[in-house]
Every structure is written in structure tokens, then in C-alpha cells.
Ligand binder design. Structure first.
Ligand SMILES: O=C(CO)[C@H](O)[C@H](O)COP(=O)(O)O
Length: 225
């Protein structure tokens, strides 16, 4: 039997719940990502709400889903550390560097991940790539900088497009850059972050996955980075 994409995401989410089991303690705060794979993880996490103290959400969408599942949601400013952050990705390379932000939550995702001790990435095998860039790289941009940032994207050799009708939880726009072949993810992440008007870019190389749980037809593989 061939598992469809949703079944693979479900398998990755279940593997993440099993993986974080040692950290589900009465004083633990869990960092939670955004997206369809993260949603499946949230539903499993909600069933274990009596085992940990609270969660920090990487988006309004995730906060709502957690609260609907009766999990206490804390603001990040109320938390000094989290043992784990669990989230999906749009692409992941063999080094654990990722492109994220397909759901537009990249900035809060990167902030919450930065306060967590371990980034656990949950993906189906279709997200694995040798070279990042097949998935357009999202960047969150302050609206008044839109045209200046589009020009810089073109100088990089990419083809930028403003994500139509989309506003981030922080009130900004998303620019998706197609046509990049990213061989130095740390360098590009650092460079784009320095453009005035860029809030965050979707490269997670400085903040890469410590562990990836990759669901394929043969089961879930744990990859440590
Ligand atoms: O970065 C993200 C949201 O900003 C998601 O993690 C990424 O887009 C993957 O989503 P999905 O699990 O739905 O494929």
C-alpha cells in the first residue's frame, strides 16, 4: 500500500510525539511550529496536554489550534527556555538547513526556534533536496521597502513575486524568490537579513534542524545534524 502525502505527514507527526516523550514534564514548555504537518503534531500534542505545562506558538493559527485543544499558550516573553521546537519545512538539505515560510510564519518560527534547545523538523521525504532553492525562498518585508527589496532580489539572480493578498501576523508582506540555487545557505541567509526592510528570510541555516524526522514509504527515518 502506498501512503499518500497526508499519511506521511501523520507518520512524521507521530514520530515527533514519540521523540519528545522524554521532555514531556510538568514544568516543560514546548515550542510549536506552523503548517499542515505541524497541525497534525498539534492534535497529537493536545491529547497529551496533562503531561506538560504549556506551549509557545509560532503563529496565530497555531495558537488557536493549541487553545482549541485546551493547551495553555504562553507568550515567548514569558519563557526563558524550551527543550524542543517542532515544525515542518518546505525543503531540507542533508546538512539540516531548511527553507521555511510557505505558510508565511517564518519570522515567528525563527524567533521561537532560537529560544529552543532543539529544532525537530518533521517532513515527508518529498521535502528532502540536495540543493535548496527549488521551493521559492520566502522573505518577510516591511511594506514600504517592497520595491527596494524586489530590486535586490533581481540582482541576486532570483525572480521575486509579492505573495498576493497575504499579510503576516506581524502586518508585513511576503516576497517569494524563485530561481535560486542555494549552495551557501548561511551566507545567503546573512546577506538577505542585512537588506533594509527585510524582517526575516526563510533560510534556516544559522538556525538549522538538529533532528529531522523524515517520513517515507519505508517508515520514518531520524537524521541528526
Ligand atoms: O514554514 C512553514 C510555515 O511558515 C511550514 O513549516 C512549511 O511551509 C511546511 O508546511 P507544511 O507542513 O504544510 O508542508
Amino acid at each position: 500500500m502506498t501512503l499518500d502525502a497526508n499519511a506521511l505527514k501523520q507518520a512524521a507527526a507521530q514520530a515527533a510525539i514519540d521523540y519528545i516523550e522524554p521532555w514531556l514534564k510538568p514544568d516543560a514548555v514546548i515550542g510549536v511550529g506552523t503548517g499542515s504537518t505541524a497541525d497534525l503534531f498539534i492534535d497529537l500534542l493536545c491529547a497529551k496536554r496533562d503531561r506538560f505545562k504549556a506551549a509557545v506558538a509560532s503563529s496565530e493559527r497555531t495558537a488557536k489550534r493549541l487553545r482549541d485543544g485546551l493547551v495553555r499558550v504562553l507568550e515567548l516573553n514569558e519563557v526563558t527556555s524550551m527543550p524542543v521546537y517542532v515544525d515542518g519545512a518546505d525543503e531540507i538539505n542533508p546538512q539540516g538547513e531548511m527553507i521555511k515560510g510557505g505558510g508565511g510564519a517564518l519570522t515567528r518560527e525563527k524567533i521561537v526556534a532560537s529560544v529552543s534547545e532543539r529544532f525537530v523538523c518533521i517532513v515527508d521525504a518529498s521535502k528532502q533536496v540536495e540543493v535548496l532553492g527549488r521551493f521559492p525562498l520566502p522573505i518577510e518585508v516591511i511594506p514600504m521597502a517592497q520595491e527596494a527589496v524586489l530590486r535586490k532580489c533581481r540582482l541576486l539572480g532570483g525572480e521575486p513575486a509579492v505573495r498576493e493578498g497575504f499579510v503576516t501576523d506581524n502586518g508585513n508582506i511576503i516576497v517569494d524568490i524563485s530561481g535560486l540555487s542555494i549552495h551557501n545557505a548561511v551566507g545567503l541567509e546573512t546577506e538577505i537579513n542585512q537588506w533594509p526592510g527585510v524582517v526575516t528570510n526563510g533560510l534556516f541555516a544559522l538556525e538549522k534542524a538538529d533532528v529531522a524526522l523524515v517520513a517515507g514509504q519505508g517508515g520514518v527515518t531520524l537524521v541528526e545534524h
